[in-house]
Structures are given as structure tokens and as C-alpha cells.
Write a protein that binds this ligand. Structure first.
Ligand SMILES: NC(=O)c1ccc[n+]([C@@H]2O[C@H](COP(=O)([O-])OP(=O)(O)OC[C@H]3O[C@@H](n4cnc5c(N)ncnc54)[C@H](O)[C@@H]3O)[C@@H](O)[C@H]2O)c1
Length: 251
């Protein structure tokens, strides 16, 4: 059998890079997509010849078509698509102008839709898997995230739409909702105060690591999850399902 192949978007750093490395460790071939060409080049250096760099922007339909064409050229098949590329911009509803709204939607929602649609013919051939990256911000509303939280809630619903329609072809679609992880994306918007507050609201009382999120993503892409589709799994230290945040109720 030819080696399996995954596309991971936003793979130059953070959760995407950790996911790409896990696939490579499992013997898969990986197309690493990122619009930050410099960061992608740096990430590629140690990865070897089962990894291919695709310096494209997932919010642009022409570039998305190129992602699929280049991946099939290089590896001949697509077994998994991880829609991980995302942007976070936080601010009050009154300050979220349409340009900011569109920047967030263009990557987080449009990009996830476009990549999935473009990969579907190849995924049909392999009975492959889609994993979309949502967020705890898509599960529970919070301040300053009108665009980000709404985009991630839409990604959760998009996952269910995909599971409903693509199941007929044997394609599975699931969503992983990470809690806070100390990546460049999070550190740009998390002050020390926010970090402390998160600790208070998370039963496991800490941030997650990139690898802890990647573990769940690769599981959902693997045969071990062959009967799992349409699911939304929070890898969040318990944040989503609990309410430990009232300091007065803590021991
Ligand atoms: N870090 C967290 O705390 C956290 C929490 C919940 C959800 N998430 C989600 O996890 C995913 C990965 O986040 P991360 O923290 O690793 O972020 P990150 O910023 O470290 O990495 C994201 C990568 O995506 C790339 N990217 C962004 N827009 C792109 C586009 N249009 N086309 C191609 N590449 C693009 C960036 O260049 C970057 O390399 C995102 O979807 C994010 O919303 C992260």
C-alpha cells in the first residue's frame, strides 16, 4: 500500500506543526500548508522528504486548488485533511469593524470550507477524514470574541454538515476544540491576567500543550476512530464541561 498522506494547514508552527510531526512519526506523508513562507521554511528544515511545503493562503480559492493539485502531484492521494490554520483578533463588538470580521472569517471559516470542498474528491477515493480545529471560544461565548467565537461556532456546525453529507462516501468529519495553548496566536492575545483567569476556570489548572491537541487530531484521522464522525471533542482540561471558576466555591 502507498504511504498515507495528510494535509495540515497552518503547519508552520504551533498546533499545526506538532500535528504534522506526529503524522510523520506515524510514517505518513504530510503536506504542510502555511501562508507565512519564512516560518514554513524554518519548520521544514528538519522534517525530511516525506514532508512537502505548500506556501499558500487557504482563504483564496485559487490557492486552495493549488494546495490539492500540489499534494496529489507529490503524494498521489489524500487520506486526511486537518483544517488548522486560524487567526485570532479580539476586541469589543463596537470596535470590530467589517475588515476585522472578514479577516477572521476568511481564514477560520471560508478557508475551512474551501479546503474541505477541494479535498473531497480525493478523500472519497481513500474514505479519508477531515478534522476541523474549532475552539472553546466556539463552544462557550466570551467577551471580545465576536468574530473569533462566531467563526469557531460556525466551524463546529460546518463539521456536522460535512459529517451528514460526506458519510455516504465513507468520509468522516470531526472537530477538535482546543483550550488555551501557549502558541504565538494565544500569546498575542493572552495577558498575564487572562492566563491566571484561565487557570481558575480549568479543572486541570493549566494550559495544554501543542502535542496534547495533536494527539486528539491524529487519533481522529486514524483507523482507530473509524466509527467516529460528526463529533466535537474539546481538548481543554475540562473548561467546557465545568464551572469551577467561582473563586468563592474553590477549596
Ligand atoms: N493556541 C490556542 O490557545 C488555541 C485555542 C483554541 C483554538 N486554537 C486554534 O488552533 C489553531 C492553530 O492555532 P495556533 O495556536 O497553533 O496558532 P499559530 O498562530 O501559532 O499558528 C497558526 C498558523 O496558521 C497560519 N495561517 C493563518 N492564516 C492562514 C491562511 N489564511 N492561510 C494559510 N496559513 C494561515 C499562520 O501563518 C500560522 O503559522 C487555530 O485554528 C486556532 O484558532 C488555538
Amino acid at each position: 500500500m502507498m504511504e498515507r498522506c495528510a494535509i495540515v494547514t497552518g503547519a508552520a508552527r504551533g498546533i499545526g506543526l506538532a500535528t504534522a510531526k506526529q503524522f510523520l512519526g506515524m510514517g505518513w506523508q504530510v503536506a504542510l500548508v502555511d501562508r507565512d513562507r519564512e516560518e514554513l521554511d524554518r519548520a521544514m528544515a528538519p522534517l525530511g522528504d516525506r514532508a512537502k511545503a505548500l506556501p499558500y493562503d487557504i482563504s483564496d480559492p485559487d490557492q486552495v486548488a493549488q494546495i490539492i493539485a500540489d499534494t496529489l502531484d507529490a503524494f498521489g492521494r489524500i487520506d486526511a485533511l486537518v483544517n488548522n490554520a486560524g487567526v485570532a483578533e479580539f476586541g469589543p463588538i463596537e470596535d470590530c469593524d467589517f475588515a476585522m470580521w472578514r479577516r477572521v472569517m476568511a481564514t477560520n471559516l471560508d478557508g475551512t470550507f474551501l479546503c474541505s470542498q477541494a479535498a473531497t474528491p480525493a478523500l472519497r477515493q481513500t474514505k479519508g477524514a477531515i478534522v476541523n480545529i474549532g475552539s472553546i471560544s466556539g463552544l462557550r461565548a466570551s467577551t471580545l470574541r465576536v468574530a473569533y467565537g462566531t467563526s469557531k461556532a460556525a466551524v463546529i456546525q460546518l463539521t456536522k454538515q460535512q459529517a451528514a453529507e460526506l458519510g455516504e462516501y465513507g468520509i468522516r468529519a470531526n472537530c477538535v476544540c482546543p483550550g488555551p495553548v501557549r502558541t504565538k496566536l494565544a500569546m498575542a492575545v493572552h495577558s498575564q491576567e487572562i492566563i491566571d483567569a484561565y487557570h481558575d476556570a480549568i479543572p486541570l489548572n493549566r494550559y495544554g500543550s501543542e502535542e496534547e491537541i495533536a494527539n486528539v487530531i491524529v487519533f481522529l484521522c486514524s483507523d482507530k476512530a473509524s466509527y467516529v464522525t460528526g463529533q466535537v471533542i474539546a481538548a481543554d482540561g475540562g473548561f467546557d464541561s465545568t464551572g469551577v471558576g467561582l473563586p468563592a466555591l474553590r477549596v
